[in-house]
Write a protein that binds this ligand. Sequence first.
Ligand code: HEC
Ligand code: HEC
Ligand code: HEC
Ligand code: HEC
Ligand code: HEC
Ligand code: HEC
Ligand code: HEC
Ligand code: HEC
Length: 414
Amino acid sequence: MKLLLCISTLCLFLALLASSRFTNMGHAAPAQEIAWPRLDQTQYAGSEKCATCHKDYSQSWKNSAHNKMIRPAIAEGPNKTIVADFSVPSPNRTFELKDVRWVIGHRWKQRFIGVVDGQEVVFPGQWSIKEQKWQPYTGKADWWYPQHPDWKTRSNFKLCAGCHSTGVDATSHTWTEQNITCESCHGPGKAHVEKPTATNIVNPARLTTERSMEVCLACHQAGKPAGNEYAWPVGYQPGKKLADYWHGFEPEPGKQTAEFWNNGTAHKNRVQGNTFAQSVMHAHGIQCSNCHDSHGSRNLSMTVKSASTNALCLTCHGPGKSVGPNYATITEHTHHAATSTGSQCINCHMPRTGENSVGAEARDHTFNFVSPSVSLGKPDAAGKTNPNSCNLCHTDKTAEWALDQTKKWYPKLK
Ligand code: HEC
Ligand code: HEC
Ligand code: HEC
Ligand code: HEC
Ligand code: HEC
Ligand code: HEC
Ligand code: HEC
Ligand code: HEC
């Protein structure tokens, strides 16, 4: 009986998915509620259980950003989670610290969740860590805005929780654990905890490259699920095919959107998957975990080796390596002194084109050198032109100046 019920719910879900699949992108449309299937939360064990046998991974993961995403509001002491300054008055902050149930984020910005009419909702103000000030959080750039224009109806469970918490069930609006935990990437682990084998837990390293990378893309790729009520891939679990649950946005050449500049580079944060999909490295089977250690590392952004010393890129690139570039001294390739920040691979190949709490904070993952020529076009509605690799540093120089230099230095550049 139980099985039958399960199967019929699944059929209903698939039928709904087929009919309303990924429609209504960004236009004001009535809410399309979907009868999402229930998630079997009893199959989740919790990260404390994993820690009893996998101590090293647990220790480093505990200190990583993935474990600092959504936490209770603690304003003082060693376990402090609030970095925002609630003593600063601002028209952008219409709520008080005492109203906050959960704090989201710790690195670029903090947003806050409280309870309105019995529902967890996201408050309409955020703290920029870089600028140390309160900003409005309107949601206007998000595709879901037309369905959720009033912040008092912006449900944490519908719009956020699926990417910030583990084992989130869309029918009961509950989670098994806060933050991005072991089971966010390895799937539910109860059976494995009871009888550990290599086959009853998902190991991304044993999946195909595509399936493996989708584990990250479920959260690190801008897109939408079916319908327009939810904003995360409801029903997806590691090992499954993400496209059955999520439509990842792609850039349209020449068109600027919330996600992309008109040359396809990152216009905002959280588009690593969308931009990396365009890269030569992706085409050659490189994936997120070639450069990032999911269990945390000592380097900025959990890279497996340091990017600021170039060690990460030089694992595979550099003189003598088949993928180039070839040079006798690094200056030959970068035209900057070896010790200059202008000689760091990521500063030309992963410029900060994307806005996070402020502009120029999020690194592009197309890995293309972004030529100054892209900045010569017409400014957008906000009066901005595409950023390029050179002028993000040389802010006092024009794009024409940078293009001129670039042409002299890299005559073969198209
Ligand atoms: C009782 C000890 C124990 C607990 C608890 C445990 N594991 Fe394991 N885990 C093991 C052992 C032993 C292996 C190696 C199994 C083998 O190779 O047959 C393993 C292997 C793995 C692997 C690699 C599988 C592969 O492809 O080789 C992953 C991933 C993993 N565990 C994740 C987890 C997660 C996530 C949890 C918590 C939900 C967890 N483990 C809890 C003992 C445990
Ligand atoms: C599809 C998955 C997804 C959804 C939905 C989502 N986020 Fe996130 N969020 C992420 C990822 C991944 C990051 C970190 C990567 C990045 O910013 O590039 C992030 C980053 C953030 C940060 C910055 C964290 C920091 O340390 O500075 C905040 C704040 C945040 N999200 C709030 C929200 C809120 C509020 C919602 C709901 C309205 C939401 N997010 C919905 C995936 C998601
Ligand atoms: C953000 C995603 C993510 C999280 C969170 C995560 N893992 Fe993993 N884990 C991976 C990936 C990806 C691999 C494959 C490693 C690779 O390709 O380098 C992996 C591999 C493993 C392995 C197998 C390692 C081996 O040598 O074969 C174990 C065991 C493991 N993880 C345990 C854990 C435990 C325990 C936790 C929680 C404390 C955890 N993981 C949290 C993504 C994650
Ligand atoms: C369930 C959603 C989810 C999954 C799955 C996920 N991430 Fe994340 N990731 C996030 C969120 C949310 C943040 C922001 C955390 C914060 O700022 O506190 C983040 C942050 C990061 C960061 C920045 C870390 C830092 O130190 O600032 C990296 C790198 C990253 N993730 C890589 C990965 C990789 C690689 C995978 C796949 C193996 C992965 N993530 C899987 C949600 C996820
Ligand atoms: C795990 C190995 C690996 C790492 C680490 C790596 N790359 Fe790559 N990269 C490759 C491969 C393989 C290719 C494809 C080369 C080809 O065209 O055959 C590539 C291609 C590229 C290209 C495109 C070259 C072209 O022909 O257009 C750029 C640019 C690039 N990588 C930059 C970087 C940067 C910057 C880093 C450090 C953040 C980095 N790579 C780290 C393996 C790697
Ligand atoms: C000052 C800017 C700058 C820096 C720093 C820089 N590059 Fe480049 N790189 C370029 C430009 C410009 C091109 C030519 C792009 C093209 O042909 O499309 C290029 C091309 C490449 C290519 C593909 C063509 C080739 O020569 O094989 C690779 C691979 C590459 N760079 C890797 C790196 C690595 C690795 C580092 C760090 C050691 C690095 N770059 C640092 C600007 C830079
Ligand atoms: C070739 C190496 C490479 C690959 C592949 C790669 N990244 Fe990154 N990533 C980096 C480097 C380098 C940084 C910046 C580190 C720094 O600032 O020192 C970074 C930064 C990030 C950040 C922090 C946000 C930011 O704007 O700086 C996130 C999140 C992230 N990567 C996620 C991903 C995901 C998800 C994938 C796969 C879709 C991926 N990365 C693929 C090298 C890589
Ligand atoms: C990460 C920051 C950074 C990036 C990216 C960068 N530069 Fe520089 N550049 C510097 C610094 C710092 C100096 C000072 C001298 C040095 O360290 O080599 C400099 C010096 C120069 C100089 C000589 C001094 C001057 O101002 O006349 C020129 C020309 C130049 N850069 C052009 C470029 C061009 C063209 C690009 C893009 C291909 C570029 N730079 C990318 C940081 C950067």
